[in-house]
Design a protein around this ligand. Structure first.
Ligand code: DGL
Length: 272
């Protein structure tokens, strides 16, 4: 049984929203987080390229002897989860799409579910397929909102520009005759824009992100595999941060995703 940290990766800082939920759920675990900031965004790249990047990120985390891998990126989960699971049978590999779809199905009163994500996530249809499996009668509409990734990476969570973009993407759904009752934030960069979306959408719409459900799925998988807590040493709850570019930027923007300050000196730059 591997007893190392839990490995988590994303194209950038978006996955820190998932890391935050993982730390809350598994406070005694150590984590190693990798943001592939040099190659961000993943969401506009082809499936083959994203799969290759995801395999390289996973291989890099593997050198830290991780006891589980969390693909904290919807884009990579959509195209690479199967290949990562097959390549790495000895540890639980958990993505964010299935947990997000399950949360949406559970929280949508009328089954009017809208999904927003990157171009790749929406084009690949992983959310649409997962929701159809779990709740076949649900009506799913989906839209790529790529500019949200740039706004989130820029730290423009609550600006007039961000609001204009949100209205341009979501306005017709929200003002249409049958508005959605649940909106899946199908990109780990989007939860930081939740306050803004809530403001333009009103209180009725359920905003669903996969962070806490993904953490619950991982905790169950670790428990089932007898690896709920690392054995043989004191519990630590620390995080090692790796990025492929821009320690200062990662710390500055990432701190807002994680909800705690990050020290640029603590971000290790690695090459995949
Ligand atoms: N945060 C990633 C996701 O969940 C992708 C953002 C990007 O690199 O395009 O899809």
């Amino acid at each position: 049984m591997t007893t190392g940290p839990i490995g988590v990766f994303d194209s950038g800082v978006g996955g820190l929203t998932v890391l935050r939920a993982l730390r809350e759920r598994l406070p005694d675990s150590d984590f190693v987080y990798l943001g592939d900031t040099a190659r961000l965004p993943y969401g506009t790249k082809s499936p083959d390229t994203v799969r290759r990047y995801a395999l390289q990120a996973a291989e890099a985390l593997r050198t830290y002897h991780v006891r589980a891998l969390v693909v904290a990126c919807n884009t990579a989960s959509g195209v690479a989860l199967d290949v990562l699971t097959a390549r790495w049978p000895e540890v639980p590999v958990v993505g964010v799409v299935e947990p997000g779809a399950a949360a949406a199905c559970a929280r949508s009163p009328r089954g009017e579910i809208a999904v927003i994500g990157t171009e790749s996530t929406i084009r690949g249809g992983a959310y649409q397929a997962a929701i159809a499996r779990l709740r076949p009668e649900a009506r799913v509409r989906a839209r790529a909102c790529s500019v949200f990734v740039a706004l989130a990476e820029e730290g423009w969570f609550d600006t007039a520009a961000a609001e204009a973009v949100a209205r341009a993407y979501l306005g017709d759904w929200l003002e249409g005759p049958e508005p959605p009752d649940a909106l899946v934030l199908g990109c780990t960069h989007f939860p930081v824009l939740a306050g803004l979306i809530r403001r333009i959408a009103g209180d009725e719409l359920e905003l669903v992100d996969s962070a806490s459900t993904t953490a619950a799925v991982l905790a169950d998988r670790l428990e089932a595999g007898g690896a709920a807590a690392p054995s043989g040493r004191a519990a630590a709850g620390g995080v090692r941060f790796l990025a492929t570019d821009g320690a200062e930027r990662f710390a500055r923007v990432g701190g807002r995703f994680l909800g705690t300050e990050l020290d640029p000196a603590a971000i290790e730059i690695v090459d995949l």
